[in-house]
Design a protein around this ligand. Structure first.
Ligand SMILES: NC(=O)c1ccc[n+]([C@@H]2O[C@H](COP(=O)([O-])OP(=O)(O)OC[C@H]3O[C@@H](n4cnc5c(N)ncnc54)[C@H](OP(=O)(O)O)[C@@H]3O)[C@@H](O)[C@H]2O)c1
Length: 322
């Protein structure tokens, strides 16, 4: 079923347009003829995204204060919510990311109710409710709940690690495997995870916009394999042709210790790396596969996703955006 509410000349609002997912989604939407409006904190960042395309415009604003929101939502029927507040170089700098994300989502949904926004599509995270669920994964679920609480029909897509150049979790994996032929890891090394290729995520994000059956629904999206982190690291090394890695599991490494260790080996800011590492203890696999019946896609195998990420990013491990 196509979405009668969306036409090729409609304008869609993208929140988080300067991020890993947002910046890759915009060209996909433009290829479908969709006009884009972005709400951005720093308009200097978007010249590269716009590249003289008159179909993309930017409104300066900030979800944390609500600045620019009503202007950004004016005349908009559909929006993508691709935002989170993790960041900062120090672990102490960003203790409040969950509070910030809650404030941003609440301000957004309030403004959306006033503007009459018809639908919002949010990319959140897999992970089942439990006492053990990490703060980051709890926060992602809370945002899904807030975005579903207004008059706007919310579509929630829940994913685990996204394999694509520039994604924080992928870059963490890539630095660790590229730099360390021998690794000593805590028990999270054997946690199960369902990685998904960036291009598959983009297909689902675009597909949802064009299919009204996805309105007001939450879907799990995943790849073609369920792997442990250990298997993911080995398959990454195989895809890159850098030989297998020796990985030892030890009982004494706490999440905090492994976070410090990741700080030492990778350039990922601690404010991002620490919440992500805490979440490695949680199994993140798809529990529901209804999306396959609505947006059927040929899922990209993990190794192929790694190869694609590399073909897109040629200047060695890491990405300058961090
Ligand atoms: N990356 C993954 O592997 C992965 C996996 C599963 C789910 N997801 C989900 O995908 C979504 C997008 O993540 P991402 O990886 O693309 O993140 P990202 O690269 O860190 O981008 C975050 C975006 O949010 C914007 N932002 C943050 N605070 C803002 C505020 N107060 N006002 C306006 N914009 C603000 C940032 O803008 P600035 O440029 O101004 O900082 C940036 O554009 C998130 O919901 C995340 O949970 C990601």
């Amino acid at each position: 079923m196509n979405n009668p509410g969306i036409g090729a000349r409609d304008m869609v609002l993208v929140l988080g347009a300067t991020g890993f997912i947002g910046s890759r989604l915009i060209p996909e939407l433009r290829a479908k003829g969709i006009q884009i409006r972005m709400l951005v904190r720093n308009p200097d960042k978007v010249a590269e995204l716009i590249k003289g395309d008159s179909g993309i415009t930017a409104v300066k604003g900030d979800l944390l204060t609500g600045e620019g929101l009503s202007e950004a939502l004016l005349g908009i029927q559909s929006a993508y919510y691709l935002v989170h507040s993790m960041g900062g170089r120090s672990i102490f700098q960003n203790k409040e990311y969950a509070d910030k994300d809650r404030t941003a989502a609440e301000l957004f949904i309030k403004a959306a109710d006033v503007s009459g926004l018809r639908r919002v599509i949010y990319l959140g995270a897999l992970g089942e409710k439990s006492e053990d669920l990490s703060e980051h994964l709890q926060s992602r679920a809370e945002i899904a709940h807030i975005l579903s609480s207004g008059k706007t029909a919310a579509t929630i897509l829940r994913a685990a690690i996204i394999i694509g150049a520039g994604g924080a979790s992928f870059e963490m994996l890539r630095y660790l495997v590229e730099r360390l032929p021998v690794m000593v890891c805590p028990k999270w090394i054997d946690t199960k995870i369902e990685p998904i290729a960036l291009r598959d995520v983009l297909k689902y994000l675009v597909g949802c916009l064009f299919d009204a059956r996805t309105e007001g629904q939450s879907f799990d999206i995943g790849g073609s394999e369920i792997l442990t982190y250990r298997e993911m690291m080995q398959q990454y090394a195989e895809a890159r042709g850098i030989g297998s890695r020796l990985i030892f599991r030890v009982p004494f490494l706490t999440p905090l210790l492994s976070a410090y260790w990741v700080d030492f080996v990778t350039p990922i800011p601690s404010g991002v790396a620490h919440p992500l590492i805490e979440g490695l203890k949680n199994e993140v696999i798809c529990k529901d596969h209804r999306i396959d019946g609505i947006i059927p896609i040929d899922k990209t195998p993990f190794k192929e996703a790694v190869r694609i990420a590399f073909s897109e990013e040629t200047d060695g491990p890491g990405i300058s955006g961090f």
